[in-house]
Design a binder for this molecule. Structure first.
Ligand SMILES: Cc1cc2nc3c(=O)[nH]c(=O)nc-3n(C[C@H](O)[C@H](O)[C@H](O)COP(=O)(O)O)c2cc1C
Length: 188
């Protein structure tokens, strides 16, 4: 099973890098699988640590892909790094194994500190729709435009019926990114 999270790594200067990643759990370990090239991969290989953050603020997923920064960060407690302020839960991780692969290595990470900050409020369809569009928006160069456009039409139904302010903001950032991509790449 894959859980959609926000991974925060730090670069050589200690600057945070905030990126959506689907992670897997293997017993008590967390596995992050970045496609190369990846700044997150570079950072984790360098500093051997990161945090995995669970949030229902989907602006973080959309913002990380669209040059908006709707988040605030706090220092992590047990690693050199950061976590999302206002997240539901975060896990501080250290790297214990790298499963090498040409395209998509696996970073196997050991939790050293897990904290829950807020309860899960329940499923929201608009949040799920934003996550789906975020995945599409991160793969535009690989996907047929007709598929992207028809999926957006379908996902729009959940947005219209169930979105709040945060979901609408995130949805708008992502649809603007998709529109701008097809304007710049009319043959895609
Ligand atoms: C919900 C979601 C899950 C994602 N999961 C992955 C993943 O498992 N591996 C990956 O390489 N990119 C994933 N992406 C795309 C990355 O967020 C994005 O491409 C990012 O640029 C990764 O590169 P970076 O480490 O250089 O920031 C995901 C995007 C979204 C919206």
């Amino acid at each position: 099973m894959i859980f959609e999270t926000i991974v925060i790594s730090t670069d050589v200067a200690g600057e945070p890098h905030v990126t959506p990643f689907g992670v897997k759990h293997e017993a008590d370990l967390v596995v992050i699988s970045p496609f190369k090239p990846s700044k997150t991969l570079e950072n984790i290989l360098l500093n051997r640590s990161a945090t995995v953050n669970l949030t229902d603020d989907v602006r973080v997923f959309a913002g990380a892909l669209t040059n908006h920064q709707p988040w605030q960060l706090l220092p992590a407690d047990d690693i050199q790094g950061f976590r999302l302020a206002g997240c539901l839960n975060h896990i501080e991780l250290t790297l214990v194994e790298v499963r090498e692969d040409e395209q998509r290595p696996q970073l196997v990470m050991q939790p050293v500190n897990t904290q829950t900050h807020q309860p899960f409020k329940g499923f929201n369809r608009a949040q799920a729709a934003v996550i789906e569009l975020a995945v599409l928006a991160s793969r535009l160069h690989m996907l047929p435009p007709e598929k992207v456009k028809s999926e957006i039409q379908y996902l729009q139904i959940a947005i219209d019926k169930t979105a709040g302010e945060r979901e609408l903001t995130a949805w708008n950032w992502l649809t603007q990114k998709v529109d701008a991509y097809y304007l710049e790449n009319p043959h895609d």
